[in-house]
Ligand binder design. Structure first.
Ligand code: FE
Ligand code: FE
Ligand code: ZN
Length: 277
């Protein structure tokens, strides 16, 4: 089974996202848990959640990959920004229990000239403050392109964050194909080698989700600009090899390509046609 979907707007609620996913032949999706500009999240409407859960069951959806606001910076130098990150993440994790057992992906953060050591310490400190034994959601660290002082540019950095987190059984990794390519991992010519390295450094059992994107920039550019599937440096052939890689069987693949909903529907259709069970 190929679990594939894209980012959907959450403004109309869970049921609307579920119906839109079905509409474009998706069986997973991503959405922002709250407005990236901050502020509190909308109150959950439990009948909307129930309606979504029914759709999800009827259509055998895979795991959802909720996305934390990208403005969240767990390792900011400013204490107020770190506090917002901690409170927003704790609240998101609580709210996600309405749709239990899914994933919550976040960008580890930017150390803003404090250095990677400080960055790692702050990020794991936040995780130690917000993760609970009771939560059913797995929190995913996203692999990043390494733009500026962005953390998570290497598997080693993610491993260190995981190592310093007490409830590390609640942690996994979301691999973004554009980001790792931009970070210097050659997913085009040596995807198996990249997975071997992931396994050696982090452990493949931590790999829970894939952000499936092409990249506008060459290997190692540290830029992070997504392209449509087949319109970037990664290319359609490599992406087809990735979705068919046996190590990734059953993982949710989320498109974050620059598309409107019709564009996503076309990409999903294209990828399904090029997937073999
Ligand atoms: Fe992301
Ligand atoms: Fe991503
Ligand atoms: Zn990106």
């Amino acid at each position: 089974m190929l679990y594939i979907g894209c980012h959907l707007a959450s403004s109309k609620g869970y049921k609307a996202m579920g119906m839109q996913a079905v509409d474009i032949n998706a069986n997973t999706f991503a959405f922002f848990t709250r407005n990236p500009r901050g502020g509190s999240a909308k109150a959950l409407n439990m009948s909307d959640v129930e309606a979504f859960l029914a759709i999800s069951q009827e259509h055998s959806f895979g795991k959802l990959v909720a996305h934390a606001p990208y403005t969240m910076n767990a390792c900011a130098a400013d204490e107020n920004i770190r506090r917002f990150a901690r409170e927003a993440m704790a609240d998101d994790i609580k709210r996600l229990e309405a749709t239990p057992g899914n994933y919550y992906n976040f960008h580890p953060g930017s150390h803003v000239k404090q250095g990677t050591e400080v960055g790692i310490a702050f990020i794991s400190e936040q995780l130690n403050a917000v993760l609970t034994k009771e939560q059913s959601t797995t929190v995913l660290l996203e692999t990043m392109a390494g733009k500026g002082s962005e953390m998570g540019r290497s598997f080693e950095e993610l491993r260190e964050i995981i190592d310093r987190t007490e409830l590390s059984e609640k942690l996994g990794v979301c691999l973004d194909t554009c980001h790792v390519w931009d970070a210097g991992y050659d997913v085009v010519n040596n995807f198996d080698g990249v997975l071997e390295e992931f396994d050696r450094v982090i452990g493949l059992s931590r790999l829970k989700a894939i952000h499936l994107n092409d990249s506008l920039n060459p290997l190692g550019a540290h830029k992070d600009r997504h392209a449509k599937i087949g319109e970037g440096y990664i290319g359609a052939d490599a992406i087809i090899r990735i979705i068919n890689n046996p190590h990734l069987k059953g993982l949710p693949f989320i498109l974050e390509t620059p598309n409107d909903i019709e564009g996503y529907a076309k990409e999903i259709d294209f990828l399904r046609k090029n997937y073999s069970e």
